[in-house]
Design a protein around this ligand. Structure first.
Ligand SMILES: [Zn+2]
Length: 395
C-alpha cells in the first residue's frame, strides 16, 4: 500500500478535492520518450494510481492520456503529441474515477464491518474495471454471515457518515509506532501518513481517492465468494456498479422467466424440475440409441469378422457398445469422425498383448486400454480399409 507523498499538498489537486474534474495547468517539464511525450504539470490533477486503485483516465487538451506514472513523488503524464501551448486544459474521465472512488470507499467499509462482526482481517484488496475483491484471513464465510455483512454495510451507509482525511505523523514508542488514530491496520511508513476516516467508524492509512460521504455508495453487495489458499476472497460491487449488476441480473432472470412462462419466485423450482426431466429423457434416448446400434451390429456382424461403425461417442455409447460386443464375442471398430476418436473391441486384444501396439501403429494415433478394449484419438483420418485388411489377413 502506497501512501507516502513528497509532493506539495497544494499541487495535488486529486487529494485536495477528488471531485475537481477539469482545470487549466502549465507544462513545467516535457520529454520525448519512445514515441510519447512525457509531461509534468504545475498542478497534479491526474491520480497516478496506487494502493490497489487504478490510475485516472483523461484528456490533455484534445488528446487522450496514454499513461500516468508516479516517479520519485512526481506525477508524469504520457501523451502522443506535444501540446502547442504550455498552458493546457486537463480533464479527468470522472465516470472512471468516481467508480473507483466508490469501490475503494466500499472496501474500507466492508473491511471494518467484517472486522467488527467476525474479527476477520482484510489481508489485501484489488480493484479492476470488472471486479473488486478483498481477501480475508478466514478459512470460510457462511451465507448467513454474508447477509449480515451486507445488512450492516447498508445500515452504515444509511447513517450518511462523512469521509474525512487527516495527515498524521507517528510517534516512535520503543519499536512500535503510535498513531493518533485507532487504525484498522498498521501502516508501513511513519511520516506524512494519510488517514482516511469514515466518521468515527473506521480509520485507515490510505493514499487512494474516496467519496465525501458514505451515502454516495448507495449499496454494497457481495457477488461471489472464492477460496484462495487458506483464505476467503469476497467479490463485491458498490455504487453504480451495484445498480448495473442488479439491472443485468434482473434482466437475465426476467428473460429466463419468460422462457418458462413463470414468475421469478417459481423459476428455480421449474428449472430444477426441467433439469431432472431432461436427464431422465436423455437416459431414455441413450438407451434407445444403444438398442438400435445393437440391432444393426447383430444383423451386420455375420458378414464381416470385424465390423466398422461410424457413431457419435457422446453419452458413453461407444464404451457401452464395446463392453456389450465383448460379451457377445463380436469384434467392433467404432469411429467418431467429428471428435477424431476411436474404440476397438475385440477379445484378440486381450489374448495377444502385442496386437494393441500394431493397431496403434496402423492408426498412427494415441490410445490405450485393457480387457479387449482399445480406445484413443487420431489426428487426420482413421485408416479404415487398412485396419479391415489387417484383420482379414491376420485373423
Ligand atoms: Zn482507501
Amino acid at each position: 500500500m502506497k501512501f507516502y507523498f513528497p509532493l506539495k499538498l497544494a499541487e495535488i489537486i486529486y487529494y485536495q478535492d477528488p471531485y475537481i474534474q477539469e482545470l487549466e495547468s502549465e507544462i513545467v517539464f516535457s520529454r520525448n520518450i519512445n514515441n510519447y511525450y512525457l509531461l509534468k504539470f504545475r498542478e497534479n490533477l491526474f491520480y497516478p494510481g496506487g494502493g490497489g486503485q487504478p490510475a485516472d483516465r483523461g484528456m490533455v487538451g484534445n488528446q487522450p492520456v496514454e499513461k500516468i506514472e508516479e516517479e520519485n513523488g512526481e506525477v508524469l503524464v504520457y501523451v502522443k503529441e506535444l501540446p502547442p501551448e504550455s498552458r493546457v486544459c486537463l480533464k479527468v474521465d470522472f465516470n472512471w474515477r468516481y467508480d473507483f472512488m466508490q469501490q475503494h470507499t466500499a472496501q474500507h467499509l466492508l473491511s471494518q464491518v467484517i472486522l467488527r462482526l467476525f474479527n476477520f482481517q482484510t489481508l489485501s484488496f484489488s480493484m479492476f474495471e470488472d471486479h473488486s475483491a478483498i481477501e480475508l484471513n478466514c478459512p470460510e464465510i457462511s451465507e448467513i454471515q454474508i447477509r449480515q455483512v451486507e445488512e450492516e454495510c447498508f445500515r452504515q451507509i444509511q447513517k450518511n457518515l462523512d469521509i474525512k482525511i487527516h495527515y498524521d505523523v507517528f510517534i516512535n514508542e520503543g519499536d512500535k509506532l503510535k498513531s493518533s488514530f485507532q487504525l484498522r491496520k498498521p501502516p508501513k511508513v511513519s511520516e506524512n501518513v494519510r488517514v482516511v476516516e469514515i466518521d468515527g467508524y473506521d480509520f485507515s492509512a490510505c493514499g487512494g481517492l474516496h467519496v465525501r460521504s458514505l451515502c454516495e455508495l448507495g449499496l454494497v453487495k457481495i457477488v461471489k465468494v472464492d477460496k484462495v489458499r487458506r483464505n476467503v476472497r469476497l467479490y463485491y460491487v458498490a455504487g453504480r456498479r451495484a445498480l448495473l449488476d442488479y439491472q443485468q441480473t434482473r434482466e437475465t432472470l426476467m428473460k429466463s422467466c419468460n422462457l418458462f412462462c413463470c414468475s421469478p419466485n417459481d423459476f428455480f423450482g421449474l428449472l430444477e424440475n426441467s433439469m431432472k426431466n431432461f436427464k431422465e429423457e436423455s437416459l431414455k434416448s441413450r438407451k434407445i440409441i444403444l438398442e438400435l446400434y445393437q440391432r444393426i451390429i447383430e444383423q451386420e456382424i455375420r458378414k464381416e469378422p470385424i465390423l466398422y461403425l461410424e457413431i457419435n461417442f457422446a453419452g458413453e455409447i461407444a464404451k457401452k457398445l464395446g463392453s456389450w460386443a465383448l460379451e457377445k464375442g463380436f469384434q467392433l471398430i467404432l469411429d467418431d469422425k467429428q471428435a477424431k476418436r476411436f474404440l476397438i473391441a475385440s477379445a484378440l486384444l486381450k489374448e495377444q498383448p502385442d496386437l494393441q501396439k500394431s493397431v496403434l501403429e496402423i492408426i498412427n494415433g494415441r490410445g490405450g486400454g485393457r480387457g479387449g478394449i482399445l480406445e484413443g484419438s487420431y489426428s487426420q483420418e482413421l485408416p479404415v480399409q487398412k485396419l479391415l485388411h489387417f484383420w482379414k489377413e491376420n485373423f
